[in-house]
Structures are given as C-alpha cells and as structure tokens.
Design a protein. Sequence first.
Length: 146
Amino acid sequence: MKEKEQFIWGLEKEHAGIVKIFSSLEQILKKGEIDDAADTLKTISKLKDILINHLNNEDKIFYSDMRKKAIELSQDALLHALDIFIDDMNKISKKVFEFFSKYENDISGREKEFIQDLAEVKDVLIKRINSEEKTLYHIYKAYYNI
C-alpha cells in the first residue's frame, strides 16, 4: 500500500473510531443520565487521544499535502476552500478541547450539562467528519491516484 493511501486510510479509520466512540455514548444521550461516570470519563479520554493524533496528522500532513497539490495544479479556488476548512476546524477544535478540559477529571454534579455539551460536540464532529469524507478526502484521493 502506498504511503499516501495508508495515510488517508488511517484518517478514515480514525474517523470510524470517533463515530464508534460516539455510538458507545449514545445511550447516555438518549437516557439523559450517566450510569458509570468513571467509564464515561475513560471513553472521553479515548476520544481525546484519537482526536489529538487525528488533528495533528491533518494539520501537519493532510492540509499541507492538499495545499501543495492545489498550488501545483493552479487550483486557486481550492486554496480558498482549504482556508475555510482550516479556519472552521480551528473553531471546532477549540470548542472540543474546551469540552475535554471542562470535564477531564470529573463530571459529578454536572451530568446534565455534560450530556448537553457531549451532544453538541458529537453533532459538530460528526458533521465535520461527513463533510471531510464527502469532499476533501475525495480530492486528496484523486490527487494521489488512490
């Protein structure tokens, strides 16, 4: 498997892992209550670990590769779109990491607020994943003949 193919496959696998984590938390969102706070915090910690790695790879490799190819192919419109995607992701990252910071060690006494914030984080991340996979990831694959 080629390096770029492995890389994009890895990003997609991380997306699947993020979706899977949110699926495992779905019962909390539906019931509106947390049965095991310690287990929930472990799950949130796993989500944070995946996101840190994923965002690092997107920032350092994915968007850099996309920008280089867009310049190489004189696709100025895509450069502008990339800037919008990057700016949007920075805003999403800020919101998500504020969530992690807020609930990193304890959610006791704040369960309802946690559940509401979790639902918002889930919505924003799932929308972003769908957006990336339906647009930028296809362009990346075309650029590198994947």
